[in-house]
Design a protein around this ligand. Sequence first.
Ligand code: NAD
Length: 290
Amino acid sequence: MGTYVVSGSASGMGHAAAERLRAAGHSVIGVDITATPRPLDVAADLSTAEGRRSAAEEVLAACGGALDGAILAAGVGPVAGRDRLIAQVNYFGVVELLTALRPAFARTAAAKVVVVSSNSTTTTPLVPQRAVRALLAGDVENALRAVRWFGKRSAPMTYAASKIAVSRWVRRHAVTQQWAGAGIRLNALAPGAIMTPLLAEQLADPTESKAIKAFPVPIGGYGDAGHLADWMVFMLSEAADFLCGSVIFVDGGSDAYFRSESWPAPVPARMLPRYAQRFLGYRRATRPVA
Ligand code: NAD
C-alpha cells in the first residue's frame, strides 16, 4: 500500500479521489485550507508562499520523506475579483508544492503525480499568452497586468492562463531527468464542467450560469466528481507506467468539438532546430534511465 498526497482533499474531485485511495488501503495526506479532522491531514493556505512552504514541510514530516504519488486538485474557480487568488492557488499552489515534494517522489522511484488542469485551457479564446509566460516565469504581477484589459471579465482569462501555465509546466518537467529520469510519472487531467461546489458557485451567478449552460458539451450535462476521481486513481496505477507529460481531457467532448482539426498537431517547422537539439540532448541526458 502506498502513501499519497491529495491537495484540495476537503471537497469535490480531490475529496472523492482521497476517499477512493483510502478505501483501497492507501495512506492519504490531505492538504486543504479547510481543516479536516483526519490525523494525517495538513491545513494550509496554498495561496501564499508561506502556506505552500509549511504544507510541504508538514507533508514531508508526515510521509517520512517518501511518497508514492500525489493528486494536485486544490483550485479556485473563475469568479470575478479573485484573479490574484486564482493565479496563486491554481499555478503556484501546484508547482511550488510539487517542486518541494519532488525528492520524496524520487525516493520511491516509481511515483505518479496527477495535476488537475481544465478544458478551459483549449476552449477559452483570447487568453493572453503574456499572462501564461509570466506565470511560468514566476511573475504574478505581470500575469495580472496582462489580463487587466478584460476588466470585470478577467477572471476566466486568469483561470485559463493559470491552467495553461500549469499544464505547460507539467509537460516541460515530466520529460526531464529530474522527473522521468527519477522514475516519476507526471501528467495532467483536464476536466470539463464537473458538478462540484466550485461549479455550483459559478452556476449561482446568473451571468456565469447563462454562459456555462450555453457552452457546447456534445454528450450533454455535467461530469461527475466520482468519475473524475476514478481517472485520477487510474493515472496513479501501474496502468499509467507509460504515461508521461500527457494532458488527458475528460470533458464530454467540448475540446474535440472546438478543436477536432487542430489536434494532434506535428512539431511546427520553426521548432525543427530545437527539435533536433532536444532529441540529441534527450538521448545524452536520459540514458541510461533506471
Ligand atoms: P472544489 O471547490 O469542490 O474543491 C477545491 C478544493 O480546493 C476545496 O477543498 C478548497 O478548500 C481547496 N482550496 C481552495 N483554495 C485553497 C487554498 N488557498 N489552499 C488550500 N486549499 C484550497 O472544486 P473542484 O471542482 O473539485 O476542483 C478541483 C480542481 O478541478 C480545481 O483545480 C479546479 O480548478 C479543477 N476543475 C474543476 C472543474 C469543475 O467544473 N468543477 C473543471 C475543470 C477543472
